[in-house]
Design a protein around this ligand. Sequence first.
Ligand code: NAI
Ligand code: PHE
Ligand code: K
Length: 352
Amino acid sequence: HIDEVVHSWPGRLCCSRFDEETGAFLTIAVDSTQRGPAAGGTRAMVYESFGDAVRDATRLASSMTSKMVAAGLPMGGGKSVIALPVPRAQLEPEVWQRILDRHAENLAMLNGSYFTGPDIGTGPADMDVLHQRCGFAFGRSEQAGGPGSSAPETAHGVYVAVRAAAREAGMPELDGATVVVQGLGAVGMDVARRLAGQGARLVAADVDALACERAADELGARIIGVDDVLGFAGDVFVPCAVGNMVDDVVASGIDTRVVAGAANNVLASDSAARVLSRRGIVYAPDFVANGGGAIHLIGREVLGWGPEKVAAKVEDIAHTLERIFRTARALRISTDEAAHRLVRESLDQAAA
Ligand code: NAI
Ligand code: PHE
Ligand code: K
């Protein structure tokens, strides 16, 4: 596994540390610092192997580079992955605090070439701790002087992306459209609420029964099994759980006209993008659709923007996507290839 990572990742630095006392394996990947210090969240979850954790960190770090470029933010891409011995919810609080201490030491060692933030398994309260220990963390709680959770602006951006992709697929309105939401966490639930507000019919799945209950009660969502969500017939598929869900086989079975969501690295391979494209499914590239969180964190904490400016920049995701859709149509390439092409052009221009 490590071999595969080393040979295929074009990034700058990937460093790992095993903490014997807690059994946590901590990795930080810095993909690029070309445009500014690297930034990207800390993901804390259970992995099948340490190799999987390193691979996730490096791929997610590269996606952060693309996300920053696509959103026009003056930052590079990085990511932290903490492979936990048991799920976060089952960790004793002292054990988690010790893991955060180790992570803060690692961040301090990178000394500002990389700033972290929240991701799956971490939130503003953890950023409060990391910031207090070492300073290199975005997304502190408002009580601690930070801008608060990135999830609402991420959800705002995903909503904008769903609307733009639906327009491209010939659906100017979502009233009565069937929208299939995978994952009802901080982002998924918020997106679902915004779509329900537009009259969409919600179909949703989550491994967490409580989250499903809330979506059914509050939003009238029809709840389906987590294994049924990927091929469910509808108009829009909104992945808001974990990544690597859509490989070539899944892409061949997706039964919606649009795929637009929050999950980072939703496509397991480049070829999955081509399968979707061949089937006429409009895919909003993940690193564009889910840029709202980065715009919120970097906008508020690096660029000094207020909430209104952040919201306006998040609305611009629609224009970025329209440009990508036009390029894909003109060059007869997938939207994912078109998005990567725009990122490469922008990086090359800056380097020239
Ligand atoms: P979260 O942890 O609050 O929610 C994820 C939800 O997915 C949880 O409710 C979980 O139970 C559910 N889930 C996990 N595996 C599942 C499965 N196999 N099927 C169905 N549901 C499953 O995380 P959050 O913040 O909502 O993020 C969602 C996704 O969006 C993640 O992939 C994250 O990396 C990405 N993202 C989040 C941003 C943010 O600002 N929060 C920004 C950009 C991307
Ligand atoms: N983890 C989120 C993302 O993937 C939010 C984030 C953005 C965290 C930028 C840190 C820096 O976009
Ligand atoms: K989180």
